[in-house]
Design a protein around this ligand. Sequence first.
Ligand code: FAD
Length: 311
Amino acid sequence: PYDVLVVGGGPAGAAAAIYAARKGIRTGLLAERFGGQVMDTVGIENFISVPYTEGPKLAASLEQHVKEYGVDIISAQRAAGIQQSMDDTAQHNLLEVPLASGATLKSRAVILATGARWRELNVPGETEYRNKGVAYCPHCDGPFFKGKRVAVVGGGNSGIEAAIDLAGLVEHVTVLEFADTLRADEVLQRKARSTPNIDIISNAQTTEVVGDGQKVSGMHYIDRISGEQRHLDVAGIFVQIGLVPNTEFLQGSAVELTRHGEVIIDAKGATSLPGVFAAGDATTVPYKQIVIAMGAGATAALSAFDHLIRS
Ligand code: FAD
């Protein structure tokens, strides 16, 4: 068995594996796709100490750094669950991670770092213009739209927070909400309504992202009351309709999740199952960012090491 098995090969998983391996303990890293969301990112300007990099380049550096240590990398494999070992003739306190392929990995401690994915609009043009005007992270991509007109799709807390945040950078923000009312907290709604360069349109169903082949030039939506098709000229579209943690495989396990599917962790990265730690976008950590995920991965690995020397 491993001493520490990291599930996930994004920034959180890579940081956890490096911190664990540097303790000289047997470390495994299981990843469906090394690099995680970073592989889907073009420009990164907020990875501190690196003024500009690109996703695939950062992902390659993560992998190279992990490979400098004796980490056993198991890639293109998916975890299908987690449980305490039933085999009490062997060492006790072992955890088992069954894989979708049918195999099972065993470890004394496990770090869950399976990340998350943005919920997509699923309309024509969205995929084609991803990273060419269609964006999902205002903290990451907001500054690219300085002085331009943008739309935010989604009127929940994240959408309204994004609109308020963007309003300070861009020329104008239009928020499109599908329902007849916004779901965001009243205080955020009040702030958005009192911001002069934010317009809010309810009952708006986004139907298409349009562009010139290179970048976004606007979007179509249907006014759900009149049934009419409308058009907005925008350079950017921020999709804020939810971040879904990749934790479906933990449903029914002893690892406690929130109702949104986030792994519940404490300040040390510990989950409800002893010996199991978690880090990054899959967890209840506030703010989902590369530097935050890396810090959380380091925390989880140090906590896992602490757990091992005490058990
Ligand atoms: P992820 O990066 O999501 O990695 C998850 C890992 O787990 C992957 O290796 C995946 O294959 C693996 N995995 C998932 N399920 C399983 C399973 N069942 N079994 C095995 N492996 C599994 N942040 C910034 O700080 N700056 C930016 O500029 C920025 N831009 C972004 C742009 C885009 C388009 C997107 C989508 C995100 C952006 N982010 C940015 C956010 C940032 O990418 C994430 O916060 C960060 O990648 C989270 O790291 P993570 O390791 O927690 O998860």
